[in-house]
Design a binder for this molecule. Sequence first.
Ligand code: CAA
Length: 282
Amino acid sequence: MKNIAVIGSGTMGNGIAHAFAQHGYHVTLIDIAAEALKKALATIEKNLSRQVEKGAITEATRAEALTRITTLTDMAAGVKNADLVVEAATENIELKLKIFQNLDAAAPAHTILATNTSSISITRIASATQRPEKVIGMHFMNPVPVMKLVEVIRGYSTSDETTRAVMELSGKLEKTPVEVNDYPGFVANRILMPMINEAIASLYEGVAGVEEIDTVMRLGMAHPMGPLQLADFIGLDVCLSILRVLHDGFGNPRYAPCPLLVNMVQAGHKGVKSGQGFYTYT
Ligand code: CAA
């Protein structure tokens, strides 16, 4: 694999493009908005510079990585030479089905179509294509250049060959891939989101305050961020939508989102991206 196309240039998309370009792959970063692509390139440049300052990569690696990234607003043109496409668009099922239908029509027959979805069924997404054996989940963690995990999710029809190729490729990005099956929340969010929901419920029930809950988990469990700070970082709207996928998918009340989370999202308090969540961001 040499040529990678990444669909969507938001936080995850630009992080994924960054990781591939840093490790020698040619990346076409695709977004419908030219302005978003400009912003994504500036973010990648800033994050690569941060790695140079920390001594994690050399100045030459930074410069070469930047030359390997091309940006485009035309998806069909952007995937025509791709060996792998990683879709990192908004978490909306209808949008993803449409994108995969279009990718299937535009990408060469050998191309693997991966999605970075955090909770939408890979099997459902694959059903929009004529190549379900080549559709797979490649779930990166935020911030992508730093986090070592890729959760590799096999849909119902994903082939061994596709899985092997994506596991190998993830290793070449100096990440550790973990193979899991396609059930609601996969593994990462099936375990993470109930913890976050429980932290919110502890706040809602007055067990402790925001800082107290986060301090217990940071210092007591050695988590780099407390669960409420992490929820702000992920986006409270994203947390709510993943909890709804778990709740609907398993039909078990233990996944019901805490009413405080629902209220906060309805009030527009989505965490870091909106400037307000459990903490205030300026
Ligand atoms: N690009 C490149 N480097 C970055 C970076 C980025 N975007 N963000 C941080 N870094 C680097 C920093 O340069 C620093 O490098 P050194 O260790 O070499 O000094 C290192 O990462 C740590 O960063 P900081 O010193 O700025 O800050 P920190 O120590 O507070 O760490 C953090 C920041 C890495 C985000 C850390 O707080 C952390 O690990 N938090 C938890 C993150 C997490 O749980 N992510 C998963 C979220 S769930 C998800 O993504 C999936 C989902 O489906 C919801």
